[in-house]
Write a protein that binds this ligand. Sequence first.
Ligand code: MOS
Length: 749
Amino acid sequence: MPDTLNPTAGHVRLGSNAGQPMSRRDGIAKVTGAATYAADNRPDGLLYAVYAGAGIARGRVISLDVEAAKAHPGVFEVMTPDNRPPLALDPDEKHHFFAWRTEALQNDSVRYAGQPIALVIAETLEAATEGARLLAPTYDEQPARIGFDGGEAYDPPAVGIGGNPTFEKGDAEAAEAASAKVVETKIATPMQYHNAMEPHAIVAQWDGDRLTIDTPNQAIVMARGGFAAYFGIPPENVTLRSPYLGGGFGSKAILVGPQLLCILAAKLTGRPVKLTLRRDQMYGPVQHRGATRQTVTLGTDGDNRLTMIKHHAVATTSSFDDFIEGAANASQNTYAAPVLQSSHGAVRQDTGTPGPMRAPGEATGSAALEVAMDRMAEEAGMDPLDFRLLNYAETDPASGKEYSSKNLRECYAEGAKRFGWAGRPLAPGMMKDEFGRLKGWGMGTAMFPAPMFHAQARAVLKADGTALVETAGADMGQGAWTALAQIAADGVGLHADKVEFRSGTSDQPDGGVAGGSGHTATAGSALFAAGSDAVAKLAEIAMKDPDSPLFGADNAGVEARDGRLVRLDDESRSDSYADILARAGLSEVEGSGTGARNPADAEARAMFSHGAVFAEVLVDPDLFQIRVTRLVGAFAAGRIINPKLAASQLNGGMIWGVGFALHEEGIHDPRTGRPVNGDLAGYHVPVNADVPSVETLLIDEEDRFVNALGVKGVGEMGISGTVGAIANAVWHATGTRVTSFPIHISALL
Ligand code: MOS
C-alpha cells in the first residue's frame, strides 16, 4: 500500500482507528438524556430571563410598563436600555470580521419584528414569561420594508464573509455574442431559517470579573474572545462550555444579541441567569438565509461546450448589516467554461441580519446553476449527465489551477449506476408509476470548497498506557466527538478505547470553527500532530535509555503500534509506553500540534469536495403533489475518517436539499414585517415520510495536498447538488421548469 493511503507523521500512522465505521461515542448519552446541553445547567441561585420581542418591524419603543412587570410575583428585575450595564464594545460597530452588528438594548430603536426590547429576570421561567407579557410596549411605528420590492437596493461591499461581490474572467458580452446557443434562467429562493432542534440557550454566571457561560457555539475559543471583548475582560477570564450542540447549521457560529443580554442580566442581578430562546424567537435575532433572485446565463458553441457562465444574484439582508448570500460564486468552480462572470446585488429589509446557513452561497447558487445546466442539456438534446461530462472541469475554471484531487467522474458513474439512470427518456412526461403518477428523474452536481482553518491540540501520554487528547472542537450532532477522537487515537498510536478525548470547552486548545465543512480537516490535523509530537518525545526517551529494547534505534526506525513502540529493523524488539515512562520516572509526556494548510499547497491547488446527486420524484397528475421517492448521492471527499458518520452527514445534507426544494420558506408579512410562519408547524422541514429512500455512496479519493491526513469535508456539499436534482426531476416528470423554491404545487398547475 502506498504511504499516502496511510499518512504518517513521525512515528505514528493514520488508519487504525480512522477509517472505521464507529458509532457515535456520545450517542447513548444523547438519546438517554444524560448529555448536558446548555439549557440543562442549573447553578444554585439561578434566575430565568425572558426577553420581550418588538411587535413592530421598524420604529421606536415609546413606553414599557416596567412597573407592572416588576410588580408581578417572582419578577426580580427588568432590564431596559435605561439600566442595562455598559458594554466595552458598541454592538452597532463591526469590530471583527466574524462579528455581526447586534442588538443588546443599546437604545430604543426597533430594526425588525421580534427584536429584544427588554429583558425580564425572575425566580421562575413562568414569572419571567408573564412579566415580559405585562410590559405592554407602545411604539412609534414606521412602515416595514420587506422583500425585494419593498426594500432598498444597494451594491454590497462584500459577499459571504469578506468575499468579492464580483468576479470576471474573460469577456462575457463577447462570449455571449459569439455563442451558438444562449439560455437565460431565472430562479428565486426564499428566506430560510436554520431551525436547529436546540434553540439558542445560555446560562451565564459572574464571579468578580470572571465569567462562565454555558452556550452552544461552533467556534468556542473565538467566541470566548468575542464575549471577553464585549465585557472588557481578558479572554482567559471567560470559560465557555459547549460540550453538545443540538444542531447549528451556521446559526451558532457567531455571537448573537440574546447571549449578551443574558450575560448583562447576570451582571445586573449578581446571580446566575438562564435565557433559552423560544422557537418563535429563532426567527429574528439568530440569523437566517437571505432570499435570492438569480439569473444564470449559459452559452454554448456548436459542439454544446460551454462558452460562458454569467451569474447575477441579488440577496436580501437587514437594514443595519451586510451579510450577503454569495450565490453567484457557485458558478465559478463547477463547469469548464472559459468565460465567467459573477455579480451580486443586495436589498435591505426590516428583518434580522442573515448569516451563514448550510452551504452559504453554494446551496442557493448551485440550485440555480443546476437548473440552468439542465435547460441547456435540453436545448442540446443531450442527456443531462452526458452534457455535464462534456463540460467537465479538468482544472478549476475560475483560477485555472490543478485540483488537489477530483474524483467527480467516478461519482457521476457510480451514482448513475446505483440509481439506474441509464435509459432515462430525454423528453419530460414519459414515465409513470403503477398508480399513474408522473415520474421524473433529475440530477445535479454537488460541490463545496475544502477549506482548512487554524486549530491547536494537546496530547498527553500517561503512565498507565492511556492518553488524554484534547481540542476545543464542536460536535453539532455531526459526530465530531467521534471522528476527531479516531484521528486523535491514531495520533497517539492507541486504540480509541484507551484515549480520553476531550472537546467542547474553552480551556482546551483552540479547536477552530466547526463550519465551512472544514472541522475534521483542521482540528483533526492538529490532533494528529499533537499525538505525533508526544509519541516522538517518548521515542526519544526510549532510544536514549540503555534498558530499552529501542536503545540506539534511530528516530525513523521506530513506529507506534497500539501502545508500543516497535523497531522497524527488528520487529521483535519493542517497548510499551507504560514501561518507557516508568523507567524514566515520568508520569506523563505531553505533545502539542497545530492544524493549518501548507500555504504553498493552498496557493498551488484548487481544493473542493465533489459529488453527484440523482433524484426521483413522483407527481400526482391531478393534485400536483410532489414526492421525492429516491435520492442517490455519490461523493468524493478525500479520506473518509468514519464512513458511517460521513454517510450520515451526507444523507442529512441531501435531506436539507429536500427541505430547500420542497418545504422551507420563511415568510414575513409585508405589511407588518412579522414572521408569518415562525414555528415548526408553519415552517416546514422534511420528516421521515418525505425521505423514503436516501442513499450515500462514498467514492475513494486520495488527496496529497489538502492536508497531511488527506481529509476534505462532507458537512455541506450534500445540499448543493440535491436542490437542482429535485427541480430537474420535477421538470422531467411534468415538463414544467422550476423558477422558484420551494416548489409550490401552484407552480405546476
Ligand atoms: Mo456552516 S453554514 O459553515 O456553520
